[in-house]
Design a protein around this ligand. Structure first.
Ligand code: P1T
Length: 380
């Protein structure tokens, strides 16, 4: 089955046995009756499993080329579960430029439990390798990175991970499985904030992990069942519905992304535009080799290069909504330093290029002329 067909049919084996409904029903139940202890029809208690969730997980596994998928109550709950594979004394080599909430989870929750993190610019696999020692258990990659749109060579890092018997987890939120499939490039775990492109309509908070290895899936399942960060069936239904148009939406995000990035770059009030589709983006060749297209996420600074200047622009936008999050059908603008990355200390943020003047765009699927006109009037 090819990708576009998979978004609609992937992992969907069972038509509703009761009435033949084409979409899986929303099983809004916390528990399932048993005829005798253990005498159930495959589901006992909804923290452990739910048929609507299983339908979504089938779809997620198919899209990422995995054998198992697990859905969570949020993207951070999914990452939290990966980190719970570790124990005190273990070390993690993590991308330095990453979602502020992930950085906060690592530094303010897991460091307390004795896990050590190295935040590293992952532009070369050799550099990543130099941080590995006998305590290293996980390499955590976010690519494209949030919000600087750096691209990390998944295949290159996977070689380092394999050689050192270290797990490689990739946050594939910005790319989506339509653009990039990390398991095929050698990753062990793919993670999504399904809140974003997978859901696609800014109406759900959800996370996901997808893996190939059964033993790893069992360990993650055990942690999720023990810690309990599961999504509800209504949200699973919504994300499954969202996925059915993932390919169409992401194609349009990419087309509009290119048009907006090129417009911004040509505007006299713009200083830098960070978008991996530009041929002179420092990681453009890696992006071209591991991604199908370049996506609708980008960041930029204006020549004014000030907090006040950035605020003026985002306040003037009319079609782009000033809001946290990304990946929905509607275009959003954000100010990373004060919003999504506010939980990273200023010094750390600025080392990675997240200036007070930086604006991030999630380019939606509206008409590109309207998006460009909106940016133009705000900049003018
Ligand atoms: O919000 P949640 O579903 O828990 O996902 C967290 C998360 C994980 N990874 C990446 C790359 C993310 O971008 C996010 C969430 N990001 C935003 C809310 C944002 O506006 O960047």
């Amino acid at each position: 089955m090819k990708f576009n067909t998979k978004t609609i049919h992937g992992g969907q084996h069972e038509i509703d046995p009761a009435y033949g409904s084409v979409m899986p029903p929303i099983y809004q139940t916390s528990t399932y009756s048993q005829t005798t202890p253990g005498g159930h029809k495959g589901h006992q208690y909804a923290r452990s499993s739910n048929p609507t969730r299983s339908a979504l997980e089938g779809s997620l596994a198919a899209l990422e080329g995995g054998n198992n998928a697990l859905a969570f109550g949020s993207g951070l709950a999914a990452i939290d579960t990966v980190l719970k594979l570790l124990k005190a004394g273990d070390e993690v080599v993590s991308t330095n430029d990453l979602y502020g909430g992930t950085y906060r989870l690592f530094t303010q929750i897991f460091e307390k439990f004795g896990v050590k993190f190295h935040f590293v610019g992952m532009q070369s696999a050799e550099k990543v390798a130099s941080y590995i020692n006998e305590n290293t258990k996980l390499i955590w990659v976010e690519t494209p990175t949030n919000p600087m749109l750096n691209i990390i060579d998944i295949k290159g890092i996977a070689k380092v991970a394999k050689a050192n018997k270290v797990l490689l987890g990739v946050d594939n939120t910005f790319a989506t499985p339509y653009l990039q499939q990390p398991l095929d490039l050698g990753a062990d775990i793919v993670m999504h904030s399904a809140t974003k492109y997978l859901g696609g309509h800014s109406d759900v908070i959800m996370g996901a992990l997808i893996v190939k290895d059964q033993e790893l899936a069992d360990r993650l399942y055990f942690i999720r069942n023990s810690s309990g960060a599961v999504p509800g069936p209504q949200d699973c239904f919504l994300v499954l519905r969202g996925i059915k148009t993932l390919h169409l939406r992401v194609q349009r995000h990419c087309e509009n992304g290119r048009a907006v990035a090129e417009f911004l770059r040509s505007h006299p009030k713009i200083d830098k535009v960070y978008w991996p589709g530009f041929e002179d983006h420092p990681n453009h060749d890696i992006a071209r080799s591991q991604m199908k297209d370049f996506g609708g996420m980008m960041s930029f600074t204006t020549v004014e290069d000030s907090y006040e200047g950035a605020v003026k622009v985002v306040e003037k936008l009319k079609i782009f909504t000033l809001a946290e999050s990304l990946g929905g059908v509607e275009s959003l603008a954000g100010h990373p330093a004060s919003m999504t990355h506010g939980s990273i200390p200023k010094e750390e943020r600025e080392k990675n290029g997240i200036k007070e003047s930086l604006i991030r765009l999630s380019v939606g699927i509206e008409d590109e002329e309207d998006l460009i006109a909106d940016l133009k009037q705000a900049l003018d």
